[in-house]
Design a protein around this ligand. Sequence first.
Ligand SMILES: Cc1ncc(COP(=O)(O)O)c(C=O)c1O
Length: 417
Amino acid sequence: MAHLNDCLSYRTGRLYVESVAAERIAREAGTPTYVYSARLIREKFQELDSALGNLPHLICYALKANPNRSLCRLLAKEGAGADVVSGGELRQAIDAGIRPGKIVFAGVGKTEDEIILALRSGIRMLNVESQEELEAVTRLAKRVKRPALFAVRVNPGVDAGTHRHVATGLPDSKFGVVPAEALRMYRQARTNPWLKAVGIHCHIGSQITRVQPYQQALDSVLKLASKLRSEGQHLKYLDLGGGLGICHDQEEPLPIPAFARMLRRELAAWPGLELVLEPGRFLVAEAGIILTRVLYRKRTSRAHLVIVDVGMNDLLRPALYGAKHPVIPGHSPQRPKIRLNVAGPVCESADMFARGEKLPWPKPRELWAILKAGAYAFSMSSQYNSRPRPPEVLVEGRNFRLIRAREQFEDLVRHER
Ligand SMILES: Cc1ncc(COP(=O)(O)O)c(C=O)c1O
């Protein structure tokens, strides 16, 4: 079956994550439950790291994909830094043991408190997204007496060919500034003792499956870096963002060897420049699944419908972007299949995980799994319909452990007065 690998497989007809039976996890942790394979996360990190070879680089894990401390720690041990977009993520990254010198901080709406936290923590660089933000950074750097190390986030106006909700490099995007404005910002910073330009940043979108948009974005930022160099301003870091696409359903993933070849070729003429990448989804999406049980089965006038216990509050992407996540049975995948719709219990018609997919007609309480749910699943979850969030489990070989407990009723009302 497509989408399976040595970290997610059927053994004698039963679904396993590494060497742990999915049914065992479901019995002990209940359903729905997010389950992650530690080995696959390590393998993804190593795949990218070794493809980049001896090109000076730092892989900064984008915490927004999944900020769980255990996953951050695991990646930190592999050598990852972090890409954060809020004070909360910055604190989570430091808390997980990621050195501040390996953390970059982007976001169009950083608050004063967040900027001060970043300055005091001594992060690698603030990726500044507007002239007014640069002014705020200057003022706050002076106030806390810590010169600000920064990059300007450039919007290169590249169409990365992704869903419009995850494209960030288009001309009308809210992210970054156009190259001409970035140049003005760098020039203005030169004479300011509280500003130190150390890098240049861009991030053109998410789930990018072709090398060419990256090449275009790189051309644009290198042009600007050349101009700065000719004016005597030498940058240390070139941060090309994240967005490395995976195969969610049937699309081709970004070819990592070709991507890395392009980067090595283009950056060969820039020996003093360290590449920063900010992948989120690429590192953790495929390592995660959601275990869910079938609650009810019924026939509508048009379709066979299966209701499962995971809802759009636990996995928002299908409702938000029309994203597809494969759904597979927890055992005996070879049974006869029929076309099914799979829906969650949330009171919204958008709460659907499959439409017309070929799957076996399940038994009551049967265990199923929704795949590619390691990224933007838990991190986008909510308590909508007053549903406590599911727990998270990390599998390592024959062992597994809870890395976040199941929320309880008290968690729903804790902050109410
Ligand atoms: C600035 C920035 N960097 C990195 C990422 C990570 O993207 P992905 O998970 O697609 O790699 C995002 C995602 O929105 C982002 O906005």
